[in-house]
Design a protein around this ligand. Structure first.
Ligand code: FES
Length: 293
């Protein structure tokens, strides 16, 4: 036994046997329930380190259940196991408070890595919070950043359910999501840091790297590729002196390639911030860029 207890919620004997076997083999103490009421009784009765919820759990919707558990125990990691996984459900699960969404058929070693990662990060977060509390430290060099982030969260009523909107607004103000900002949001909204990172890294529109004042996104979807999108990207790289994924030294532009931006009839297309430039040719690029200071 490694001293850690995982509560497994599943109505399927097959899922229970597979997951329990793998976890117990690694030394976890596994308790299991097949109905939502039983799960809440266990949560009230004993100290748990992680909840593993299968989407076959009887008589309830796994997303609603995730929200209810997360609201009651915001620091308890929840991992959702999907028997019929989909990207939409993955996004929803994370929005509802799950730390991770995985397929029931995941290899045993990956399952164990995810569980260990959830538990370790929770522990690190607690230790870090204790350390900062003890030393009364804030990790921001710039107190204005804290105030700006706090005012964004205030606009969202400090509601953990509005995490995506909070991160969008912080990125608008700071141009990218710093690690300190993510930590601060996690602490203030009472959301486990791993989950904040899961959301910040799941959506491609979020950036954890510094971004320029303007983001240039070159479409390399099929239609744009056929119409010379790669040439447009190469021309932009030469014009800006950077490669895709980088930022200019004066922080004026960031450059990235993206998949179809939804206006294939205008291919090739590139987007600067929210301005679409269609049917572009390489010789127009310099004059378009001049419009962005
Ligand atoms: S492929 Fe570029 S807009 Fe659709």
């Amino acid at each position: 036994m490694n001293g850690l207890t995982i509560l497994l919620g599943t109505a399927s004997a097959e899922v229970k046997a597979k997951l329990s076997g793998v976890l117990q083999g690694e030394g976890y103490d596994v308790d299991s329930v097949g109905l939502a009421p039983g799960l809440f009784a266990r949560l009230a009765e004993r100290t748990l380190d992680l909840v593993l919820l299968s989407d076959d759990l009887a008589e309830t919707n796994v997303l609603d259940l995730t929200t209810r558990i997360h609201d009651l125990h915001p620091k308890l990691p929840i991992v959702v196991v999907a028997t019929e996984p989909s990207v939409r459900d993955a996004v929803e699960a994370i929005k509802h408070g799950a730390y991770y969404y995985l397929e029931a058929s995941i290899p045993d070693s990956d399952l164990l890595d995810i569980i260990a990662g959830a538990l370790e990060l929770e522990l690190e977060l607690l230790e870090e919070a204790e350390h900062k509390r003890a030393r009364r430290l804030v990790s921001f060099e710039d107190l204005e950043s804290i105030e700006a982030i706090d005012s964004v969260m205030k606009r969202h009523d400090f509601a953990s359910s509005r995490l995506v909107g909070v991160l969008q607004d912080i990125q608008k103000e700071m141009r990218y999501l710093t690690h300190d900002a993510l930590r601060h949001v996690a602490g203030r909204l009472g959301i486990p840091l791993p989950r904040v990172y899961s959301v910040a890294t799941f959506y491609k529109s979020f950036s954890l790297k510094p971004r320029g004042r303007h983001t240039v996104s070159v479409c390399l979807g099929t239609a744009c590729h056929v119409q010379g999108g790669v040439g447009i990207l190469e021309k932009l790289e030469r014009e800006l002196g950077i490669k895709a994924g980088e930022m200019t030294f004066d922080e004026r532009f960031s450059l990235e390639s993206v998949r179809c931006v939804g206006c294939c009839g205008l291919a090739p297309v590139f987007v600067v911030d929210e301005d679409f430039h269609g049917k572009v040719t390489q010789d127009k690029i310099a004059s378009i860029l001049e419009n962005y200071e």
